[in-house]
Design a protein around this ligand. Structure first.
Ligand SMILES: Nc1ncnc2c1ncn2[C@@H]1O[C@H](COP(=O)(O)OP(=O)(O)OP(=O)(O)O)[C@@H](O)[C@H]1O
Ligand SMILES: [Mg+2]
Length: 222
């Protein structure tokens, strides 16, 4: 049984792509393969002229740390570090020094300035996820991948996280690939890819919520 089969996709610089599909359709697997977190058994994942699938583990880890940012549904923040420490830990471990002006601008734009000294347990879900977004963007990755970043959030917190993602694309030319179950969230993207049984179907460009809903309505299992 294949989690993905015959999947072919291009993510252009500065484009915001949403990926939708029923549970078990392969969305997370697709994102993990694209981000070099999992290796497909066959095929290629090309970025900056290199094929991630064929890179030795050490090089892949290095490239991933510098080139990609990843936001998980469950935040994955370290509980014993403050928000500020969580945001800069990754680059520090990779021996990178994030640009302080960029970092401060990001923290401000995400509304986290007053929360930097708090630990995750002292933050709301929405604030935690915005810390996770800041952490994923602090080293200015070529691509930001987000796997259901609003899956655990109420609608107000979701809207703030989606605003933040949309703004990094529109204002800073960030490339974003986001898995979501939410038609309203998907409609913030520039295009939506639909996965079903590990295969990509047609895509929707300049989506609006009604068009997305119309499309996912056929699945009946969301
Ligand atoms: N490491 C793995 N080994 C074998 N099968 C796996 C592995 N990871 C996922 N799968 C299977 O691959 C399929 C796709 O899983 P995936 O997690 O990518 O789905 P998804 O679309 O992200 O679902 P959800 O919306 O529930 O998060 C599922 O049938 C799953 O059981
Ligand atoms: Mg998933």
């Amino acid at each position: 049984m294949h989690a993905l089969r015959g999947v072919d996709a291009v993510f252009r610089k500065g484009e915001f792509t949403a990926v939708m599909g029923p549970s078990g359709s392969g969305k997370s697997t697709f994102l993990h393969c694209a981000a070099g977190l999992e290796r497909p058994d066959s095929g290629a994942v090309l970025t900056q002229g290199r094929d991630l699938v064929r890179l030795p583990e050490r090089e892949l880890t290095r490239l991933r740390a510098r080139t990609f940012g990843f936001v998980f549904q469950s935040f994955n923040l370290l509980p014993f570090l403050t928000a500020g420490e969580n945001i800069t830990l990754g680059p520090r471990l990779a021996g990178l020094r994030p640009d302080p002006v960029w970092r401060d601008g990001l923290v401000r734009a995400l509304g986290l300035t007053e929360r930097l000294d708090h630990r995750p347990a002292e933050l709301s879900g929405g604030q935690r996820q915005r810390v996770a977004v800041a952490r994923a963007l602090v080293h200015r990755p070529c691509v930001l991948f987000a796997d259901e970043p609003t899956g655990n959030l109420d609608s107000r917190s979701s809207a703030r996280v989606l605003d933040a993602l949309r703004r990094t694309v529109s204002e800073h030319g960030q490339t974003v690939v986001m898995v979501t179950h939410d038609p309203v969230g998907a409609a913030r993207a520039d295009r939506v890819l639909f996965l079903r049984d590990g295969t990509l179907g047609e895509e929707l460009t300049a989506p609006d919520p009604a068009a997305v809903l119309d499309r996912v309505g056929h699945w009946g299992d969301l």
